[in-house]
Design a protein around this ligand. Structure first.
Ligand code: WT7
Length: 619
């Protein structure tokens, strides 16, 4: 604890030394002149800006790969790839293997005309080509935009257009559990949608994931000649060496879309030097990383956790990690634990929603596997309820593993509040104490710096606002209480209520919609939709499935509503503002006895009774 306090103090009081020394462990083509941070968070004093390691030039791909190979770790396993299906096998890739893959792809991208600063989209499952694509972009200075494989064609189209990325890397299809996900077909449709809007994708590089395997028949997609190319053909003629583009410390590294309370998802842009140090330092200290560890983070690279704690953080630490393509329940509910046993995983990092779902199956699926290699457990994505924390600690960790509840977000790029396990006692449900004050932090919203300033720097002058509520107890421990804006956290995925609403009103029969979160046993929060139909439409239950499907098609399966609640009228004030507080209370299990507070300012107070009469949980 004393060491933590001393380091914490040093990180804030002498960043030049603290972060400078740490940064110098990496290769800089041009050494930085100043650690920084040089920043302005006060909008009254000009543009908001944050700069780290000014004057320096480096490359993430170099520091994740070449540097490790040069230091003699070329044959160390970087990635154990575990397939969705047990009969589909596994593979191991050394640091040299990954470097070769990345160089070939980087050369192919260059041959295609991709240049420094160009944006490129990646819509891949959790296969080794996914981190390799990210690193290939980083190598040549192209900005990657990874789109999670669960997003729909419309969502992908919007992201392709916003980023103006004319090249997409995808796969034919992939099995997720027992079902195929048609990534190529979805990409084709996304390209069509974008084309209608005047944006043309020039090149689709397709990894043959199911092709030439016994499940080839599961992949169904078309082929646009001249545009589409198989990944293996794309890289075939390329050399296994590729010079890095040396990137300014503040040059863009990647963008990643995330939802807010208003408007379309924003492309959060991360830059090179600060992100690199943030991902490196948190992986090292939060997870107390040691060279002999086997690390397994279950997040998909389509989310920020997969960026910082699958691709970049572990590789900057020369770690050996498991890359898992599948789902925790396939073929059985003990799949995570089987993987941990198989690779002797020592550090395991997952989301509370997964813990709660697996907890339902009892202790036996866990305890029938040998988990004695586990040393440290992490959680991320949402507040963890004490009951799930205790089960994770007792059953998964066998009572001998520390738990790191890591609080952070897409914008910060790396952990903000987390225990440094071993150094401090934990309390179930608390993310404990701040990490060292340091690098990371999204520099802007792609193409919209104003929106960046308004979203994060307008509530508290001179401060960044995460959007979360929090309590601090007498020991200084932080307890995150959830979002304070109209964002819901469904299974650790951030979903803007406005996005779901706009998906619903796009349906021909819908006049208006208001969406709120409600407590959900497994997902943390579920999606509750109040829907007003157009004049003359009948409020029939058969239409509900249609509306759920609508949201699934517009956003993606993970945003599928849990409940549709018919609302011939919505509780609005006389000025027309929807009283969301009332809607949130009506979505609670004990809605009948809820105190709805002052409803006298409602334009029509009787809507409340009408809503109760249409309550989907009415007995
Ligand atoms: C939002 C960020 C962080 C990577 C995954 C999600 C919530 C995240 C915790 C935690 C309580 C948490 C916050 C945050 N959140 N981790 N340990 N305890 N809340 O990234 O999609 O950017 O979402 O997730 O509400 O703002 P994201």
């Amino acid at each position: 604890m004393e060491e933590y306090q001393a380091m914490y103090k040093a990180s804030l009081e002498d960043p030049e030394k603290f972060w400078g020394d740490m940064a110098r462990e990496f290769y800089w083509k041009t050494p930085f002149e100043k650690v920084g941070p040089t920043y302005n968070f006060d909008r009254t004093k000009g543009d908001v800006s944050i700069r780290w390691f000014e004057g320096g030039a480096t490359n993430l791909s170099y520091n994740c790969l070449d540097r490790n190979v040069e230091q003699g770790f070329g044959s160390k396993t970087a990635i154990y790839y575990e397939c969705n299906d047990l009969d589909d096998g596994h593979a191991a890739y050394s640091y040299s293997d990954v470097l070769r893959m990345v160089c070939k792809l980087a050369n192919a991208l260059k041959a295609e005309g991709v240049q420094k600063g160009d944006r490129l989209s990646v819509y891949l499952p959790m296969i080794v080509e996914l981190p390799a694509s990210m690193l290939a972009c980083a190598r040549i200075g192209a900005v990657h935009s990874v789109v999670f494989g669960g997003f729909s064609a419309e969502s992908l189209a919007g992201r392709l257009q916003d980023a103006q990325s004319s090249l997409v890397i995808t796969a034919d299809a992939v099995m997720r559990g027992a079902k195929p996900v048609q990534l190529k077909a979805i990409t084709d449709k996304a390209c069509e949608i974008a084309a209608k809007d005047g944006f043309n994708v020039q090149r689709v590089v397709c990894v043959a994931r199911l092709k030439d395997t016994p499940r080839a028949g599961q992949a169904q997609h078309g082929w646009v000649s001249g545009r589409d190319v198989w990944y293996s053909d794309f890289v075939a003629a390329q050399a296994e060496e590729c010079e890095c583009e040396w990137m300014d410390s503040e040059a863009p590294l990647f963008m990643l879309y995330t939802s807010g309370s208003t408007g379309k998802p924003k492309g959060v842009l991360h830059t090179t030097g600060g992100y690199m140090l943030g991902a490196f330092a948190t992986t090292k200290y939060t997870f107390d990383y040691h060279p002999e560890d086997v690390y397994f983070c279950t997040a998909d690279c389509g989310w920020i956790t997969g960026h910082s704690y699958v691709t970049y953080g572990p590789m900057l630490n020369t770690a050996t990690q498991v890359l898992f393509e599948g789902v925790p329940t396939h073929p059985d509910v003990d799949r995570f634990w089987k993987v941990c046993e198989k690779y002797k995983v020592s550090i395991f990092y997952t989301a509370p929603t997964a813990i709660r779902a697996l907890m339902k199956s009892g202790d036996a699926p866990v305890t029938r596997n040998d988990l004695s290699s586990l040393r440290l457990l992490g959680t991320v994505g949402e507040p963890i309820n004490p009951e799930a924390w205790r089960w994770y600690y007792r059953v998964v960790g066998g009572g001998h593993c520390a738990i790191a509840d890591t609080y952070w977000q897409t914008e910060t790029g790396s952990h903000l509040i987390t225990p440094l396990v071993g150094a401090m006692d934990c309390k179930p449900g608390s993310a404990v104490l701040p990490f060292f004050g340091g690098p990371g932090g999204g520099g802007t919203v792609y193409g919209d710096h104003k929106r960046f300033e308004e979203t994060y720097f307008s509530q508290f002058n001179g401060c960044y606002f995460t959007g979360d509520g929090c309590k601090r107890d007498k020991d200084g421990f932080y307890w995150l209480t959830g979002r304070m804006d109209d964002v819901i956290n469904v299974s650790g995925h951030r979903i803007g209520t406005a996005e779901v609403e706009s998906a619903l009103v796009a349906h021909a029969k819908v006049a208006e919609a208001a969406v709120v979160g409600f407590p959900h046993d497994i997902k943390g929060e579920g999606i509750w939709c109040y829907v007003t139909l157009n004049e003359g439409e009948a409020y029939e239950d058969s239409l509900k499935a249609d509306l759920k499907k609508q949201v699934r098609e517009v956003i993606g399966a993970f945003a599928m509503p849990d409940e549709i609640h018919w609302a011939p009228g919505l509780p609005k004030t006389r000025s027309g503002k929807i009283m969301r507080r009332v809607l949130r209370k009506l979505a609670l299990p004990d809605y009948e006895t809820q105190d709805l507070g002052d409803t006298s300012t409602l334009a029509d107070p009787s809507v409340v009774d009408v809503l109760k009469s249409y309550h989907p949980r009415k007995k």
